[in-house]
Ligand binder design. Structure first.
Ligand code: GDP
Length: 329
């Protein structure tokens, strides 16, 4: 990022905001880089930026997409995103990739995976934020969503790999959660836990094409039966189980139709607003915890004291309970 953007925050912050509100993707990208930054001065500027761009009541739809690696997430997002831009929607794709810390890569790092969509002027694709804790990454993704919305994007897609805790994190920041599955493998085989299936607002069996079609149809019935056994969700939405072929662009529009149906239903019932409120309150509490943790552990005296206590605990000179009590006394 251009360092002059940081040196004179007041003037440049206004430029950034203007560019962002005009829907300029370069400015949007810079704004996201800013909110991801951990530098103290950037944090202040980020707080101001967010404060000034948030437009209460702006209409957007946030869609989470998950599934194991190889299920076809990026192929699906490419086809789905193109279908949406064809009907004049502006689509932003963000991702949460729990593995990106280790590999320094990103599930969306390789832009060629969504080649067509990334060249579409009505789309914006941002590779995953990286960071040492999922909470921090989640928080900057939430703010990135707000930035995308301020830049005029109607549909915000949050992609995550369905292998860890990141699904819960994504579920907590989206209006609709779509789970991509494959036919043929059992749930364990796919690494998908029952909990994730219960979180889903939509189960979509991808690669329902060619020699896979028969197995996909059978899987659809199986998942339908499984979904019936789940307790009803808070949105009072009957989770659809569908088939699609991201590669052959089949079932993409039908998926969007279901999502629109859901949107209508939950806006009417009030769940849409209620859910967003609950998500914001939960986020607020999570941020408080993060900040407390950060400010506590970053104190040199605390670090020192923890080290001393570790030695005392190791040599059994103090109980864990006492050590903790002393740290906070
Ligand atoms: P991701 O890891 O979940 O993002 O999966 P990708 O989108 O990278 O897809 C993994 C592989 O599956 C690629 O070789 C795709 O071409 C292929 N693939 C994706 N969707 C379909 C589909 O609908 N049908 C078939 N036959 N192959 C697909």
């Amino acid at each position: 990022m251009d360092s002059t953007f940081r040196r004179t925050p007041d003037i440049h912050l206004q430029d950034l905001i203007n560019g962002l509100l005009q829907g300029n993707r370069v400015f949007l990208s810079r704004a996201i880089t800013l909110i991801e930054s951990k530098r103290v001065e950037d944090r202040k500027m980020s707080a101001e930026l967010i404060e000034r761009i948030v437009q209460p009541g702006r209409k957007s739809l946030r869609i989470g997409i998950t599934g194991v690696p190889g299920v076809g997430k990026s192929t699906f997002i490419e086809a789905f995103g193109k279908m949406l831009t064809d009907i004049d929607k502006k689509v932003a794709v963000l991702s949460i990739d729990p593995s990106s810390n280790r590999t320094k890569g990103s599930i969306l790092g390789d832009k060629t995976r969504m080649d067509e969509l990334s060249r579409d002027p009505n789309a914006f694709i941002r590779p995953s934020a990286s960071g040492s804790n999922l909470g921090g990454v989640a928080s900057s993704t939430r703010e990135a969503i707000l930035l995308c919305e301020a830049a005029g994007f109607d549909i915000i897609i949050i992609e995550t790999v369905g292998v860890g805790q990141s699904e819960t994190v994504v579920k907590d920041m989206v209006d609709y959660f779509l789970l991509l599955m494959l036919a043929g493998g059992g749930d364990e085989l796919q690494g998908i836990k029952r909990g994730i299936m219960e979180m889903a607002d939509h189960i979509l069996i991808n690669k329902a094409d060619r020699q896979n079609l028969k197995a996909a149809k059978k899987a659809k019935e199986d998942y339908k039966n499984a979904v019936h056994l789940f307790p009803p969700n808070e949105a009072e939405w009957v989770v659809p189980v569908g088939l699609c072929s991201a590669l052959e662009k089949l079932g993409i529009e039908a998926t969007w139709k279901e999502i629109e149906k859901y949107e209508k239903q939950v806006i009417t019932s009030g769940w849409f607003t209620e859910n967003r409120k609950r998500q914001a309150i939960k986020w607020f509490h999570e941020r408080i915890h993060d900040r407390l943790e950060e400010s506590f552990f970053s104190k040199p005296a605390v670090k020192n004291e923890i080290k001393k206590k570790e030695e005392l605990i190791s040599s059994q000179k103090i109980s864990v309970r006492k050590a903790v009590e002393e740290l906070f006394s």
